[in-house]
Write a protein that binds this ligand. Structure first.
Ligand code: ATP
Length: 202
């Protein structure tokens, strides 16, 4: 799948609806300091399911909503839509029924985040897994933020291994393993409770 468009509304400094077309080949974003280049990268990470406010340079997730300026009031919501070209039908099952895939994340003050895939409600986890399986999740090493290169150079071997695993496209498996382990633990606790009940009845 290829990213073809990013649309931001009320996201950080992008208060008015703004569309960025992503054509084939290399896309460069240039502009003066503070014009919003890093905000664009954060919007990409956010729509893929990033949930750590620190990764968005904020104290809470609602900090991604336009906070107002001297001439404009703050907004009540922020929305990012990432459009992908799915004409080769490379999207995973459940997302693979059309040539174009629009993933939308919207956050509303005091309500929280909601996700849609081609206008249908989906869970955050579904979106996170979609991008993890496509080897381009919100924490993908393909998205390089400022200061990250020196962090990588100083990283411990375990952190470097994570990067190689992401590149190999197996990071989605980790999430699934973690969820399977939680389910197993729950089942073991239930079994222990059943044993207790059987013992008291015997
Ligand atoms: P540099 O080249 O210096 O790294 P940049 O082009 O990457 O800059 P960003 O860091 O993306 O710029 O944008 C910073 C701008 O975004 C600042 O002007 C900041 O006030 C604005 N900004 C960040 N969050 C919000 C928000 N929630 N509401 C309004 N403006 C915001």
């Amino acid at each position: 799948m290829r990213f073809s468009k990013l649309r931001l509304t009320g996201f950080k400094s992008f208060v008015d609806p703004t569309e960025l077309l992503i054509h084939d080949g290399l896309t460069g974003v240039v502009g003066p300091n503070g014009c919003g280049k890093s905000n664009l990268l954060e919007a990409l990470r956010w729509v893929m399911g990033e949930n750590r406010p620190t990764a968005m340079r904020g104290g809470g997730m609602e900090d991604v909503i336009f906070a107002g300026a001297s001439s404009r009031p703050a907004r009540n919501f922020a929305e990012v839509c990432l459009t992908m070209d799915n004409s080769e039908r490379l999207a995973p099952a459940g997302f693979n029924d059309s040539d174009q895939l629009d993933i939308v994340r919207r956050i509303t003050r005091d309500v929280g985040s909601a996700y849609k895939a081609n206008s249908k409600d989906v869970r955050a986890r579904d979106v996170q897994m979609l991008f993890a399986d496509a080897s381009t999740g919100s924490q993908s090493p393909a998205l390089v933020r400022q200061g990250q290169i020196s962090e990588l150079i100083n990283a411990k071997p375990k952190a470097r291994r994570r990067i190689l695993e992401e590149a190999a496209g197996i990071s989605g498996l980790y999430q699934r393993r973690h969820e399977a382990e939680l389910k197993l633990k729950g089942a073991e606790q239930n079994l222990a409770r059943v044993d207790d009940v059987i013992e008291t009845l015997a």
